[in-house]
Write a protein that binds this ligand. Structure first.
Ligand code: NAX
Length: 328
């Protein structure tokens, strides 16, 4: 059909937005034959900057861009949306405690969860990129009781893609030779990129690499701290790669993962792999027709077990903190 798909993006005037909007408008999310209507949410003081971005979107004359609406009221911007990419969040500023951060973001994601609940289309799919992404997704989900829990997800695809890049470099192959990478847990420094089930040209990646020292002292910290390394080098946080990952995540969710492969998404746990039920944690998932399934039956070795448990314990602490704040 030629009815445009309505895609909401929050934080649309921000750094990630500046890359993300142009990719969505050019067809990278839904393909070259699907018209897209952008619904862009910002806070009031950023609306003027957003108008400038809209001028540039107009000036790009994208064939797939059917329309743009902007605003500062989620109840209006989210009306009838099919896809919501929640990128805008309150950054941690100097002197801000973790509790303050959770509270500031809690206000944003309770309100946006309610607005999605009341106004989004029945087929809504929601991806949270704004940090702390997993817990923001949990807050939004908890405030949207009429939306099925499996429609909420948080972004760990950037971590997944970073892990692919590091493994490809180590193995001397291209990322397209790799399959079955997994990110477990939280999108934070405790995340666990797992190569024990990954494949390099069809062979087990851990066996191909056969280098536990590299795994522990190079691969894991490089992937876990990549965000900080980019800030250090660029003087600004990852934006284009985060936008690309947000596209990859949402496109694969809607269009499906390739046969024989999987991806990483933070989704609501059903208790698989002993991840406490209800947490929004990253898992290996396959997707088809807008639905995801956690890959079952993977053997988890002792090394992986400890790393997964540490990251899901952190998610449990975040959940308890937002529960104490009355946000969920
Ligand atoms: P920016 O600070 O450049 O942009 C954020 C935008 O959100 C701002 O324009 C701000 O006005 C807007 N905003 C704030 N509150 C809002 C609200 N209530 N409704 C609508 N818009 C609102 O940050 P940017 O670099 O674009 O990063 C956005 C978020 O992504 C941050 O939370 C960041 O930490 C997170 N990231 C997440 C990643 C992931 O892999 N999950 C990686 C990249 C990035 O660090």
């Amino acid at each position: 059909s030629t009815t445009p798909v309505k895609v909401a993006v929050t934080g649309a005037a921000g750094n990630i937005g500046y890359s993300l909007l142009f990719r969505i408008a050019s067809g990278a999310l839904l393909g070259p034959d699907t018209p897209v209507e952008l619904r862009l949410l910002e806070i009031t003081p950023a609306l003027k900057a957003l108008e400038g971005v809209v001028m540039e979107l107009d000036d790009s004359a994208f064939p797939t861009l059917a329309g743009i609406e902007i605003g500062d009221d989620p109840n209006k911007v989210f009306d009838g949306v099919n896809v919501a990419l929640l990128v805008g969040a309150r950054p941690r500023t100097k002197g801000m405690e973790r509790g303050d951060l959770l509270e500031a973001n809690g206000a944003i994601f309770t309100g946006q969860g309610k607005a999605l609940n009341d106004h989004a289309a029945d087929d809504i799919r929601i991806t949270v990129t704004g940090n702390p992404a997993n817990t923001n997704a949990l807050i939004a989900k908890s405030n949207a009781p009429d939306i099925p829990a499996e429609r909420f997800s948080a972004l760990t695809r950037l971590d997944h893609n970073r892990a692919l890049a590091q493994l490809a470099k180590k193995a001397g192959v291209h990322v397209t030779d790799l399959k079955r990478m997994t990110i477990w847990g939280n999108h934070s420094a405790t995340q666990y990129p797992d190569i024990f089930h990954a494949e390099v040209a069809g062979k087990n990646a851990a066996e191909v690499v056969n280098d536990q020292a590299w795994l522990e002292s190079d691969f894991l910290p490089t992937v876990q701290k990549r965000g900080a390394a980019i800030i250090e080098a660029r003087g600004a946080s990852s934006a284009a790669s985060a936008a690309a990952a947000t596209i990859d995540h949402t496109r694969d969710w809607l269009k499906g993962t390739a046969e024989g492969d999987w991806t990483s998404m933070a989704v609501v746990s059903d208790g698989s792999y002993d991840v406490p039920e209800g947490l929004i944690s990253s898992f290996p998932v396959t997707t088809k027709d807008g639905n995801w399934e956690i890959v079952q039956g993977l053997e988890i070795n002792e090394f992986s077990r400890g790393k997964i448990d540490a990251s899901t314990a952190e998610l449990g602490e975040e959940r308890d903190a937002v529960k104490d704040l009355g946000l969920i």
